[in-house]
Design a binder for this molecule. Structure first.
Ligand SMILES: NC(=O)c1ccc[n+]([C@@H]2O[C@H](COP(=O)([O-])OP(=O)(O)OC[C@H]3O[C@@H](n4cnc5c(N)ncnc54)[C@H](OP(=O)(O)O)[C@@H]3O)[C@@H](O)[C@H]2O)c1
Length: 339
């Protein structure tokens, strides 16, 4: 039986994404196959599509890190989930989710409440896991601390804002001006990074700076300026390099250099490493499953509302990546595979 997947045929821009018929794969021992309803798009997918770096999948491959759908086949030895169960899963960096059918290890699946919108559910998976790990494992935030979130209107940034609100943080965030009303609704004081000097603005707003900066943008100059927003004892968590999509992969070594320098300077500021999400989750599958289940429950009961920036049919993944390259959206772009 045939199904369809999106394939990155070679490295390049959105034009390298092809929607092709593929053979349906039977799940192996310990695996389940998911008939996808929705999968998430992230700027990480765009970085992998464009650049080769250690650990990146080699073309041809199917991109995508998170999926929500119904179990339609189970491999030997699987006791849960069962056929027909609705589940969410993250692929732990193995990609493969821009597809009508996705095969994953059964232990990576988490039940999804009936009635929860599929795009909303998938928007919670990798972005909110990343935000949880950054906030509670890397930065170890305490109630009442001040945080600056760069790229706060994006998928991970808006997740950080919602989790920061739950953690009782006082929050500031950089975003384009057209997203400022939405940023305020997230409980964050917006800073227009395109037209304002964010270092000066943080100084004006806070007096002596923030306790934590979550930086999703990266780049040597950006990180150095972020470190200047910290008060004594402050932590800078580098958890993304969105600027690589515009400025090239040179931002990666430049970012790592600034982080290393920060940890050498005796100025009371430091940059705790962002733990590798797949290592954290692999080492503690209970944390992985409980965190996603808790987030899905909060979404189902309306206590947390992930932002869905736009929905595209799976077959139009190329158009969705073009939309991502344009920027200016808020939240997570999603590919809809169902129906
Ligand atoms: N560590 C992990 O495990 C992990 C997991 C997931 C994602 N990530 C990384 O996190 C980063 C963000 O991912 P995402 O999915 O949230 O991307 P996204 O949804 O595209 O959001 C990026 C946001 O950054 C804004 N932005 C762009 N340049 C900026 C600048 N110079 N200053 C402030 N804001 C700026 C964009 O807004 P405008 O363009 O509208 O201004 C956009 O809202 C990516 O590098 C991704 O690879 C890391």
């Amino acid at each position: 039986m045939n199904s369809h997947s999106v394939i990155v045929a070679r490295r390049g821009g959105p034009e390298v994404l092809e929607y092709l018929p593929v053979d349906l794969v039977e799940p192996g021992p310990g695996e389940v196959r998911i008939r996808s309803e929705a999968c998430g798009i992230s700027s990480y997918d765009a970085m992998l599509r464009r650049y080769s770096f250690p650990g990146a999948p080699k073309p041809p491959y199917t991109p995508g890190e998170d999926v929500v759908g119904f179990v339609d086949a189970v491999g030997d030895g699987v006791t849960a989930p069962s056929l027909g169960d609705r589940v969410a899963a993250w692929t732990f960096g193995d990609a493969g989710c821009y597809a009508e059918y996705v095969t994953v290890s059964a232990e990576r699946t988490v039940p999804v409440p009936a009635g929860l919108d599929a795009a909303t559910a998938v928007a919670l998976v990798v972005n909110y896991l990343t935000a949880e790990a950054a906030m509670h494992k890397a930065a170890a935030v305490a109630e009442g601390e001040r945080a600056l979130i760069h790229g706060v209107a994006g998928g991970v940034g808006s997740a950080l804002a919602q989790l920061g609100s739950r953690a009782g943080l006082e929050m500031y965030g950089t975003a384009s001006a057209h997203n400022h009303d939405l940023v305020r609704e997230l409980g964050v004081t917006p800073i227009d990074y395109r037209n304002e000097d964010f270092v000066a603005r943080v100084g004006e707003l806070t007096g002596d700076g923030v306790d934590v900066v979550f930086d999703l943008i990266g780049g040597g100059r950006q990180l150095w300026r972020s470190s200047r927003c910290l008060r004594k004892g402050g932590r800078l968590v580098l958890l993304g390099m969105a600027s690589a999509n515009r400025s090239g992969r040179g931002v990666i070594p430049a970012s790592l250099l600034v982080v290393a320098m920060m940890n050498l300077l005796p100025n009371g500021k430091r940059s705790p490493g962002m733990p590798s999400l797949d290592k954290v989750a692999t080492a503690d599958m209970g944390w992985y499953r409980d965190t996603i289940a808790d987030l899905l429950d909060h979404a189902a009961s309306g206590q947390m509302t992930p932002l869905v920036a736009g929905r595209f049919p799976l077959a139009e993944a190329r158009r969705a990546h073009e939309r991502m390259a344009e920027g200016g959206y808020a939240g997570k772009l999603v590919l809809m595979a169902g129906g």
